[in-house]
Design a protein. Structure first.
Length: 310
């Protein structure tokens, strides 16, 4: 199955050979499933006649149409992102009823196995189609969580379990994006340990600890050196420092806010941009956005008119 384009998030179109294969498999699978349901027509009709149905042929036809209708409804719910687990159970239940009636109609063990296997073909085919359709839809919309490589579970089970926990906790569906976030988290953790020592968990600001847990603290990972360019090949960009010099410890939130207020005192409200704040203060992108929001809020309070005493 084609993987989504990491730059656009959309799935690439099928190749010519894939379209030919799909065009051949789809009608063949539908034909095999239809033959399975048609082969059970007589067995279900005979059972309906024994049960007192005035029109025995209506029971197998009704079950066959119900299986197809609920299969189509399941695919539509997948497309709209409103899956219901019990909808998938209905075709299976109806197919099992059909299989039981076919098994009961067989005279020998081989005949019973043959009669009971044929109706299963349609529901197995529908499950394959539903799975492929759901995976393709979720991959295109970004809802599908990519699996972690098995080799990583083998070589680093504890760290991989922590990575999987953070992917589930923070809804990181892209595996490579989760790895980049994990690298940033490890670099930020090393910075805090270097700055505050072994007891960094008790000495570091609580805000930094929360941001570290959320994976939003620290600079970009060292392998993020290139970014795609629409007009040509990837352009190299300067490597960001993974750590800070011991002679220049990391600024706390209060120090960064004081410095930002001093440097932006003469700026207008429109000039309070996160990128400009980041370059002026020398902080990370996340912290620059936080500083921008605080500075803008302070400017808005200053522009509010004074209350009039009544």
């Amino acid at each position: 199955m084609n993987e989504p384009d990491p730059r656009t998030g959309t799935l690439p179109p099928l190749t010519r050979s894939e379209r030919v294969l799909l065009g051949a498999v789809a009608p063949a699978g539908a034909g095999v499933g239809g033959l399975g349901l048609a082969s059970s027509f007589n067995s279900v009709s005979e059972a309906a006649e024994r049960w007192g149905f005035a029109q025995p042929w209506m029971l197998p036809i009704g079950i066959g149409f119900a299986i197809r209708v609920f299969t189509a409804a399941n695919l539509l719910l997948i497309r709209f992102g409103m899956q219901l687990a019990w909808v998938r159970v209905v075709p299976w239940a109806l197919t099992l009823v059909t299989c039981w009636l076919n098994i009961a109609a067989g005279e020998s063990t081989s005949a019973r196995m043959a009669h009971g296997t044929m109706p299963l073909l349609w529901v197995v085919l529908s499950e394959i189609v539903a799975h492929g359709y759901a995976v393709r839809i979720d991959a295109a919309t970004g809802r599908r969580m990519e699996r972690i490589r098995r080799s990583r579970w083998l070589f680093a089970p504890r760290a991989t379990l922590a990575l999987w926990h953070r992917m589930v906790l923070w809804e990181l569906t892209n595996y490579r994006e989760a790895l980049r976030a994990e690298k940033r988290r490890l670099l930020a953790r090393a910075e805090l340990r270097e700055q505050y020592g072994r007891r960094w968990r008790s000495k570091a600001p609580r805000r930094d600890l929360v941001l570290l847990r959320m994976g939003e603290l620290g600079s970009e990972a060292p392998d993020e050196e290139h970014e795609p360019d629409e007009a040509g090949p990837p352009k190299a960009r300067p490597r960001r420092r993974a750590g800070r010099d011991k002679n220049s410890p990391r600024m706390s939130w209060d120090e960064a806010l004081t410095k930002a207020r001093s440097l932006t005192a003469e700026w207008s409200y429109e000039q309070l941009d996160a990128e400009r704040v980041r370059k002026a203060v020398g902080c990370s992108q996340d912290r620059s956005r936080q500083l921008r929001d605080v500075l803008r809020a302070e400017r808005e309070e200053q522009m509010l008119p004074d209350p009039v005493d009544v």
